[in-house]
Write a new protein. Sequence first.
Length: 289
Amino acid sequence: MTPAPELISPRSARVAAARRLAKRNFRGKDRLFLAEGPQAVREAAGHRVGGEPTLLELFATLEAAERYADIIGAAREAGARVHLASEEVIAEISTTVTPQGLVGVCRFLDTPFEQILAARPKLVAVLAHVRDPGNAGTVLRCADAAGAEAVILTDASVDLYNPKAVRASVGSHFHLPVAVGVPVERAVAGLKDAGVRILAADGAGTDDLDDELDKGTMGGPTAWVFGNEAWGLPEETRALADAVVRVPIHGKAESLNLATAAAVCLYASARAQRARGGCRSVTESQGLS
């Protein structure tokens, strides 16, 4: 009879090291974060940072290891240490109420802001003053789905690696470059120097998104700046933008939440850029060339 695989002890130093990554100060110190669930772990297993594997360790219950044998295989192929764990261990590490049996320990994967600029991105989401981790992760997911080429979190925004943000992105953390801790003034100045038009999304904006589309000014490289969930963007941030744009409310809704507004704005730009002629420079899109 084949002996049962050995389970890692709840008192293991490896478990303790993973468990402490639920706290921001330890994540920053170790430059590691947790990815939970099959989708996030699958994406982590296939991702690399600077040529090195992103996924370093994987904790899996016996049931999850059998159900997601392909993910376990991919993790091992990537060089990750795989630990079979009891549900008790997973509950110790996990930050969810109902864990899915897979928790990975991953390297930080943020990209230097200068590297993003050097790639001359055509569509960027800038999160300025966004404090809710679920919203940050959802906007990252929306940016990924819309085909954005980068996301920037300013120094006034939530931690990219907060477990709620990681869960809300559903694997999009591993799909596109993200710069963190960039002062909003530096982010805007750098993007402008790279030929990117800056649009601030704000419910009190003087310009209407529909009008912007009708004018044909959205076909060029664009960065959308999204603000705080409760009070939007401060005046000094709005003043940095080339235009302050509101999403029109055609019905009786009081407003849109941050993630929904971000999805509308990003997809509007994506459609304009994919229109006949492709993505144009701002100068060309305004007929000035």
